[in-house]
Structure formats: C-alpha cells, structure tokens
Ligand binder design. Structure first.
Ligand code: SF4
Length: 188
C-alpha cells in the first residue's frame, strides 16, 4: 500500500472513531465499523414490510416509496466503509423525547458530511417519526433535510448485517422483551 493510501486509511479510521464517540454521546449503546460489502440485502425483506407492517405505504421513507433492494445493492457497491450503530433495548426507534434513532443517525450523517465525507448517508430504523401524519398524499416530504429511510425499508437484512458486525442479534419472542435497534451510516 502506498504512503498516500495508508494515510487515507488512517484518516477514515480516525473519522470512524470520532463518529463512534459522537454516537455514544448522543445515546447509542455501541457502534462498529463495517465494510459496505458486509451489509446484507435480501429481496424478501420488503415482503415483511408489505405483508405484516401497519406502516406500509404510510411514510415516504417506507416501501413502496423507499429504495428497492436492487437500488440498495447498487448504491452499497459505491461505498467502502460504514458505521453500524447499535441502540440498546431501552430506547425507542421513534422520536419520543428520548433517544431517537432517526435523530442520532441524522446528526452522524451531518457531522460526517461537515468533516469532508460528502457522500455520507444515514439509514435509520422503523418508520420516520417526524410528523404525526406523513405527507404521503402530496408525495412531498416536510423535512427532507433529516428524514431518512430505515435499513429494512431499503431491503437490508438487519439481523444478518448485525451478525456480520459481531452482534449476536436474536428474535424477540415476547412483549416483555425490548428489541435492539440499529442504524447504518454509509461513510465513504
Ligand atoms: S418527515 Fe414527515 S413528511 Fe417526511 S417522511 Fe417523515 S413523516 Fe413523512
């Protein structure tokens, strides 16, 4: 590896460490770098949205409006490294005044962009929480600066991706158990 490439790799590593620190400060439980190639995309994921999720078609960041698995595969092919952010079972995926996965991921994208990683893009978890009723009727988002699709809305298999990052995620089997949430920052 040339000195220039080594320097570039070191800079990305330091940026990932800084973004991890920020994620923790904002309320995430953990965050790990992940090669973009380790993000798993499956066509069946959107079937779970279409048949089984009450929010299907109700948010502009959800299917059928969100990127298809084909598009997600193509876009992921343009990235080298991501940051997978883990939110403990004690937080909500929505914006409820506590830790909001969407808001934290937006802040991480913003910070990465302002640090020079102009291609940074955040994916959150669950339906977009910013409006009580999404503007689906007019098809125009009211908060385009910060509304981002969830990983699963884009066809990402979150279980497989989390396992690839070393998080042994398991299925929640009762309402007493709280799920763990994930967001993904595509960095460069
Ligand atoms: S910000 Fe509002 S209008 Fe935009 S996707 Fe989210 S809920 Fe819909």
């Amino acid at each position: 590896m040339s000195a220039h490439l080594r320097q570039e790799a070191g800079e990305v590593e330091r940026a990932l460490a800084r973004l991890r620190e920020l994620a923790l400060k904002l309320g995430a439980e953990d965050a790990r770098p992940l090669p973009a190639g380790a993000v798993v995309v499956r066509d069946w994921v959107r079937w779970k949205c279409r048949f089984g999720c009450g929010e299907y078609g109700r948010r502009l960041t959800c299917p059928p409006f969100s990127p298809t698995p084909e598009e997600t595969r193509r876009v992921l092919g343009e990235y080298g490294v991501c940051l997978l952010v883990k939110f403990g079972p004690c937080v909500e995926a929505g914006y409820d005044g506590g830790v909001s996965v969407h808001e934290v991921m937006f802040q991480l994208e913003r910070e990465a962009f302002l640090s020079g990683y102009y291609a940074a893009f955040a994916l959150a978890c669950g339906p977009c929480p910013y409006c009580d009723v999404c503007n689906v009727r007019e098809g125009v988002c009211r908060h385009p600066d910060r509304a981002r699709p969830s990983m699963e809305a884009c066809g990402i298999d979150v279980f497989a991706t989390a396992r690839n990052a070393g998080y042994p995620l398991k299925v929640v089997t009762s309402y007493e158990e709280r799920p763990t949430f994930f967001g993904l920052l595509l960095l460069t």
